[in-house]
Design a protein around this ligand. Sequence first.
Ligand SMILES: [Zn+2]
Length: 76
Amino acid sequence: MSGRWAPAEAYFGLHVDCGHYSTHREKWLRLPVARFTCRWGCELVAVGAPDVIHLTSRTVPDHARTCPGRNAAHRP
Ligand SMILES: [Zn+2]
C-alpha cells in the first residue's frame, strides 16, 4: 500500500505508514512516513525512520503547546 490512507485525508490526527524494510535486501523498499494534522490545520510531515521517530515522540506532543492556530484562537 502506498499513498495516504483515505480516512487520514478527512480527519485531523496522526497517521503513520511504517514503510517496508526488506531484511533480504537490507534496505527500505518504502520509507516510513508520518503525517500529523492538528485540529487548527497545521500539517507536519516526516519521512524516514529517524524523522518519523522524532515527529511521533517529540514534535506532536510539543505541538499542543506551540500550535500557532490554537494560540491565535485563545488570544483576546
Ligand atoms: Zn497546530
